[in-house]
Write a protein that binds this ligand. Structure first.
Ligand code: FAD
Length: 510
């Protein structure tokens, strides 16, 4: 039996604690409120809502799923400026939605959750924060996001660099890149967006590539005033547009599940590179040697043409060392650097970014220990041994082809249905059966192995052992369908009588 973490005088009791105020945490809050439950708090380590879109403000930062799809189904915005809105428009949408649903009073900023301990006797979670506050709750929702901890590469001499150094998610807008020698490390989703934007301003841009990404054309365009007006005045037209985008994106699962098809489409993507890059040697270096889709497919019309500029060099020799004002590659060549930008993405493995965040469940078990081999959950939402712990965008619920907000909404629905079921059964807490979770994950991994993700590339979808812990390997409508109803038989329910005392305390919102 677990023992309760120390309770300090500032301990607050609520029904639900949500960690994180990005798209996930906010969706959970809005839907809880809609269901008549206002007994919750959102603990957010940052200074405002927004998550990804509060943090990433680099030049050219935008979504790569169309905005009419990359937005809540219940909070439509008729006047998205472009098909793929820039970061500030998405952040404004999040701010507006927070106000519209009056969620701000529930937010506690500067509150980094750093522990969560389940107490079997009372059936409650004790959630601790770095600021020293403690919250006791019946349900703990972990909405801390899949991409929020910047990955800093381990390169010899990086700490000795005397010039300007920043990660793309911590862009220093006060630093003028004009006329500077800039080294950009990484060629993932962020780098392919900011490099073409800064290239015309800088003196020289060195793009350091470890492995090339498949980049396909971006069907970018601005919405006309007439379209915005139609979307505003005829909601059905906007909805039809959203459906069309949904099914267009969903059709991309065909090559994902049919590697032969993906190989064929790879030839088209290869032709796109040759068409856009004048120097055949550079085009060759920009061409991936793995099957299209095995790593996240990126979209840009500006990235490849950038390499036709005289002041842009693609560097494929690995970085050997960074000196005070230069970068030396494996071939011994030294390139001057006034600024290094880390376009190196994020730490995606929760076992790494939660290494100082104990989550203690039934019988004192620790999630970090249970996930020692690999992070696993049930529909990326519940985890066996951790009752009433709910995750958003948890293991294997991420996507490579459609909007994650669709998945978040399905998960939030599932959590609310679980809460209802718990009440109906007059139970205190529910725990997914270990066998159910094991079988579920075995089937998912089998599916992954027969898809493009099983064709042998190394990507951030995988942990160090090579297991894909990140993506949902089926259509998103299947996820929606499979999570629409909670199967009571998948869970063990624990009686309420043990917890009456603690529950009676959980009355007022903090
Ligand atoms: C540049 C960029 C572009 C992207 N474009 C797309 C796209 O086009 N389509 C798509 O589907 N996805 C995209 N993504 C993925 C994106 O992360 C998700 O779409 C979405 O933001 C996930 O929302 P979230 O709430 O789960 O996570 P986040 O937006 O990351 O929010 C999580 C929040 O939790 C907070 N938090 C974390 N840990 C704690 C803690 N311990 N205690 C308290 N608070 C905590 C964070 O500060 C953050 O505010 C993109 C990501 C990036 C970086």
């Amino acid at each position: 039996m677990t023992s309760r973490a120390p309770i300090n005088p500032t301990t607050k009791h609520v029904d639900v604690v949500i960690a994180g105020a990005g798209f996930g945490g906010l969706c959970m809050a809005i839907k809880l409120k809609e269901a008549g439950n206002e007994n919750f708090v959102i603990l957010e380590k940052g200074a405002d809502v927004g998550g990804t879109w509060r943090d990433n403000s680099y030049p050219g930062c935008a979504c790569d799923v169309q905005s009419h799809m990359y937005s809540y189904s219940f909070a439509p915005k008729a006047d998205w400026s472009k098909r793929y809105a820039p970061w500030h428009e998405i952040q404004q949408y999040i701010l507006d939605t927070t106000e519209k649903f009056d969620i701000r009073p529930f937010c506690r900023f500067g509150q980094e959750v750093n522990s969560a301990v389940f107490d079997e006797e009372s059936g409650t979670w004790t959630v601790g924060t770095a600021a020293g506050d403690t919250y006791i709750c019946n349900h703990f929702v972990l909405a801390s996001g899949p991409l929020h901890v910047p990955q800093v590469p381990n390169i010899k001499g990086l700490d000795k660099f005397k010039g300007k150094l920043f990660h793309s998610a911590q862009w220093d807008h006060g630093y003028d890149l004009k006329g500077k020698n800039v080294v950009s490390i990484g060629t993932g989703g962020s780098a392919i967006q900011y490099c073409p934007e800064i290239a015309p301003d800088v003196k020289q841009l060195y793009v350091m590539q470890r492995s090339p990404a498949w980049v396909i054309p971006r069907d970018e365009r601005k919405y006309l005033g007439l379209e915005k007006s139609i979307f505003k005045n005829i909601p059905g037209a906007r909805l039809l547009h959203r459906y069309r985008l949904y099914w267009t994106n969903e059709s991309r699962v065909w090559p994902i599940f049919n590697p032969v098809l993906a190989k064929g489409l790879g030839n088209l993507a290869r032709a796109f590179i040759k068409l856009q890059v004048k120097d055949p040697e550079v085009a060759k270096k920009l061409t991936p040697d793995y099957v299209l889709g095995c790593k996240r497919i990126l979209i840009s019309n500006k990235y490849f043409p950038m390499f036709n500029r005289d002041n842009v060099e693609l560097v494929t020799d690995g970085i050997k060392e960074i000196k005070a004002n230069s970068v030396i590659t494996a071939d011994g060549k030294e390139r001057p650097a006034d600024c290094i930008i880390l376009g190196t993405g994020f730490i995606t493995d929760p076992r790494i970014y939660m290494k100082n965040f104990p989550v203690v469940g039934l019988g004192g078990r620790d999630l970090r220990e249970d996930w020692k081999e690999s992070a696993e959950a049930y529909y990326g939402t519940s985890a066996s041994g951790y009752p009433n712990l709910w995750q958003l965008v948890g293991p294997n619920s991420g996507l490579g082809h459609n909007s994650i907000i669709f998945m978040i909404e399905a998960q939030v629905h599932y959590i609310l249905e679980s809460m209802k079921l718990l009440k109906k059964k007059d139970a205190a807490y529910m725990d997914v059966k270990p066998s159910v979770q094991t079988e579920f994950n075995a089937a998912l991994q089998k599916q992954i192995q027969s898809s493009v993700w099983g064709t042998g590339c190394q990507s951030w979808y995988q942990d160090a052992g090579g297991k894909n812990f990140a993506v949902w390997p089926k259509s998103t409508w299947k996820f929606w369908l499979e999570t629409f109803r909670v199967k009571a038989g998948d869970y063990r329910f624990y009686p309420v009588n043990q917890t009456d005392k603690a529950k009676s305390k959980v009355t007022a919102a903090a």
